[in-house]
Design a protein around this ligand. Sequence first.
Ligand code: ADP
Ligand code: MG
Length: 620
Amino acid sequence: MTAERAHSGVRPVVRRLPETLVNRIAAGEVVERPASALKELVENSLDAGARRVDVVLRDGGRTLIQVSDDGHGLDPDTLSLAVERHATSKLPDDDLTHISTLGFRGEALPSIGAVSRLSITSRAAGAPAAWRIRVEGGAVGAPEPAALTAGTRVEIRDLFYATPARLKFLKIPRTEQSHALEILQRLAMAAPTVGFTLSDGTRTLLNLEAAQGDLFEVRLARLGAVLGRDFAADALPIDAERQGYRLTGYAGLPTLHRRTSAHQYLFVNGRPVRDRLLLGAVRGAYMDFVASDRHPMLALFLELPAEEVDVNVHPAKTEVRFRDAGLVRGLIVGALKHALAEAGHRASASVGAATLGAFRPDGLRAHTGHAAPAWNTARWTPPPSEGLAEAQAAWQAPSTDRVGHTLDFGAAPAARVENAPADPVAERHPLGAARAQVHGTYIVAQTEDGLVIVDQHAAHERLVYERMKDALAVGGVKSQALLLPEVVELEEAAVDRLVQRADEFAELGLVLEAFGQGAVVVREVPALLGKTDTAALIRDLADDLAEVGDAHALKDRLADVCGTMACHGSVRAGRRLSGDEMNALLRQMEATPHSGQCNHGRPTYVELKLTDIERLFGRR
Ligand code: ADP
Ligand code: MG
């Protein structure tokens, strides 16, 4: 059809498009949906120095978007100018390299006016009266006197009535409303000293008080109000600076993650952005701690000299380009890694809260839709008393003199822990004194003011991983020679895969070589694993390799490899541990950074405070 037209012989006429049409074309980019129109209006309010912004949406913004602010307002002449294309008060020096406002393109109001019925009522600060101007489908009226005590009220009615094609793409009001809410929340996070409300005409959907105090206080208050108390409780403060670039904000502990990156809130010079470079840096920083399909929650604010960043990339102004992308990336990765390392073994407090929720019979019902099970069905199985010492001696990892290169959970077999007397010294440790092991899987420890439940396998997996990483950094993982080298039979392809990577495995403390047809012989295993089922480990590693493919170095897939190794190491789920072993594991966790979550971002332990437990039983 295009080709037909090109050859039809009629010479096309080039002409200037009428202004309204130009504005409608621009509106296609600037105003994608009610939420984007709302964003432009609220940005204008913030640029006008508003301390309060009140929003009303009807039908998800389809019939009405109303934004009222107490900013500096507009006089009647400026009102007429403001709805003209490319008219702005925000580039006083015609300088695009020093943008300090959210707006600067001067096209939001004319674009919106071209596709809706727009009215702006405003009273300039100190002016005796208010004025209103209307724009209907691009037709601009004259300013007329109106009633308003201060600030500006902008109303958009019947968005896209003039562009039916776009109107058809609007989703149901609830969907549009949630997009609008999300936009408003993002802007509100960047402006914690401004109060915001959102209503649908009958109900208040959002009410954020203007916060006061120092930067971190107001920010945390606002982030908590928007993202929930979980976030405020489980976020680490970030404050880092490099060459005049400053990164502040709050980063969620790795156990605070979501299915999409929608809860990663990033701001550049106070502007909410969705930027691939920034998201990539965040992903890189958390790579070790969160499964690749999960996304930690965080809110990061990057401040840098205006001339170092180009915000004029797209009409919606949510993309940016950095002059020094490497510096930005390094700052983010460095700051996040530092904060996560400082957090040490800390796991999310919200995990404890969720656990308590699950304990409560009504919480259970709410979560599963089933009635709570009768508590008396839980069965108590006493641990075997004989054979324990033997079993333990058998798996005990040999201690080595290279500090940190072995996971040695105590030397001598201990007394049965469930009868252990209270140990006030151990209880003073953050993870407390081990009191029992239940279901061969969980360690229950008593702390000074509560109790801790540790998933022993997840914790051990994490410890193995952290040790291997440290050891690799200083030249290799300590290995332990097997008294009898173990021959493991495998398919030919699996043998090839393993042998090809023999050097890499050696660095990880696993020494193997080909052994005739369809077999490998294993001579040494990583010492920190303790007694391992070598054959099972080798088979699983061969499977891992099939999945990893050739492209990745094993070091880059260390989390997977360590997971597999830890699975065959000493502290696997189902293994009974002595009291000393358990306590040693707790102490190791406390001393190991990042041990609060496993390699997949699941918590390795939960903590319940005594006060919460008392509440559970109605004692408080
Ligand atoms: P931009 O924000 O890029 O300048 P807009 O079309 O959004 O372009 O707005 C045009 C101008 O109208 C702004 O530069 C500003 O001077 C004025 N303006 C818009 N909204 C408000 C408001 N709520 N309070 C005061 N002035 C406003
Ligand atoms: Mg604007």
